[in-house]
Design a protein around this ligand. Structure first.
Ligand code: NAD
Length: 445
């Protein structure tokens, strides 16, 4: 937490209730948000014999009931997650709420002595990330970010390929996602929240707005109040590989352009078309997001370009494409000499490196949750530690700040500040709606 804004105000929240867990102990889990991914988490953690669902929280009664039914007999309902954080029979929480809740719920959970598995993107704005790191370290909590690609079975092999410079020096990376969600989701009128929804607690720290069916379940993704659009939603997954394999802290410059060019008939705000270029020491990262045409790229993935070849890395596998070694003087395309003219010498291209691949498309969620449970017991840093989650989310947020301001920004990764642009710097933090701002200020971070 920045000393300037929040300082060490008030008293810390509850002391840790955490038990010292042995290797055979069950980790008692609480889920916050039984939505699209929350339901997956319930089933995934159930596969681990040393995990037990002890509580579920949701602000929407039908989902609370569905979550309770899915979690099993030993699970208790919590319409307000704060009561769950007070519960002594819960060791760790899974935060699967919309993005605008991730930081605050994680910080409060750390202060209450719970370990945290928090969904990606880890934050809604840059400053939240450092607050989360401070909370995790101060309260000695394990915080795993939900970029499950980090725990893929292929990751150690990919890491060793980078360590041995298998594809040479990396000079650029491309991340791209293209889908077609035309014609969008429409523009429903504002209305009362559905019966059973505590909309005030759904909004939490976000600005007060009239309820709209899109400002709620799932569709929150298209509104700046709750999300960074696909740049943070999908970008967080793909950029995660860049930070995992290349030793980096942050970009030096970020430029992004785009807009909601095609999906103009619905009430979403975030761009359907976005390009970003981020400069890191010795390489660039370009990010392409398309929501109104699937193009030839289906799905996502991260493509590393090296001086000997390229490598695509996804959540379930990787593939190396070897470039061919050709003496420069023999590299003249043969079709430049018409028949009857001297022909270039036979070219026998040899690859610079070995082409190889591993894995399929499987989602490594089970491995990621396993890693979380292991770290809850061993107290070792998890695969997707909060510090990394912060750096990755920051890069995504910087791209969105550049897009929204319409200019390139220069970033100082050591100071975690935007250089020479006070207006852009002011976008690094957003006010929390009361009482949440006061609740955050009451914590020692
Ligand atoms: N890791 C992945 O592959 C992956 C996949 C999908 C979604 N996600 C992430 O998971 C998060 C949730 O996405 P979703 O699609 O499941 O959304 P969703 O809208 O389907 O589910 C969110 C749930 O949280 C509940 N909720 C909101 N505020 C709450 C509060 N204060 N306390 C308790 N419950 C609350 C909502 O009622 C809803 O049931 C997003 O941040 C998203 O980026 C990650």
């Amino acid at each position: 937490m920045t000393a300037t804004r929040r300082g060490f105000l008030g008293t810390a929240a509850a002391a840790s209730y955490g038990r010292i867990l042995g290797a055979n102990d069950r980790v008692r889990l609480g889920l916050i948000g039984y939505g699209l991914i929350g339901a997956y988490h319930v089933e995934t953690f159930k596969k681990h014999r040393d995990a037990q669902w002890a509580g579920v929280s949701d602000v929407y009664q039908p989902r609370l009931e569905a979550g309770l039914a899915a979690c099993g007999a030993e699970c208790k309902p919590y319409p307000d997650f704060r009561k769950m954080l007070d519960a002594k029979d819960i060791d760790a929480v899974v935060v699967a709420t919309p993005d605008h809740w991730h930081a605050l719920q994680s910080i409060l959970a750390c202060a209450a002595g719970k370990d945290v598995y928090v969904e990606k993107p880890m934050t809604l704005f840059v400053r939240e990330g450092r607050w989360m790191v401070s909370a995790a370290r101060r309260y000695k909590r394990i915080v795993q970010v939900g970029t499950q690609g980090r725990s893929g079975a292929h990751i150690p092999e990919v890491r060793s390929l980078f360590q041995s410079s298998h594809i040479g020096k990396i000079h650029s990376v491309h991340i791209g996602t293209a889908r077609n969600i035309m014609p969008g989701f429409g523009s429903p009128a504002n209305s009362d929240p559905p019966p059973g929804m505590n909309y005030n607690l759904w909004l939490g720290p976000a600005p007060e707005r009239p309820y709209n069916p899109h400002r709620g379940l799932y569709h929150f993704r298209w509104f700046w109040d709750y999300s960074g659009g696909q740049m943070t939603n999908l970008g967080a997954h793909d950029l995660d590989f860049v930070y995992n394999f290349l030793d980096i802290k942050g970009p030096s410059t970020v430029y992004s352009a785009g807009g909601r060019f095609a999906l103009s008939n619905d009430n979403g705000e975030t761009p359907d078309t976005q390009d970003a270029i981020l400069t890191y020491p010795g390489f660039t990262v370009s990010i392409t997001i398309r929501e109104a045409c699937a193009g030839r790229r289906h799905g996502g993935g991260t493509e590393f370009f090296g001086t000997k070849g390229s490598m695509t890395v996804g959540r379930g596998g990787y593939q190396v494409y070897a470039d061919t070694r050709i003496a420069p003087e023999k590299g003249i395309p043969p079709w430049s000499n018409p028949p009857g003219h001297p022909q270039p010498a036979d070219i026998k291209p040899a690859p610079w490196t070995e082409a190889r691949k591993a894995g399929g498309d499987a989602e490594p969620m089970e491995l990621h949750s396993r890693n979380f449970l292991d770290c809850v017991k061993s107290r070792k840093l998890p695969n997707a530690d909060v510090e990394q989650g912060h750096l990755i989310s920051t890069a995504c947020h910087l791209a969105n700040i550049s897009l929204r301001l319409g200019r390139m920004i220069r970033w100082d990764p050591a100071k975690e500040d935007i250089l020479g642009d006070k207006e852009a710097s002011s976008w690094l933090e957003r006010p929390y709606r009361q009482p949440w701002d006061g609740i955050l200020k009451g914590l020692k971070l």
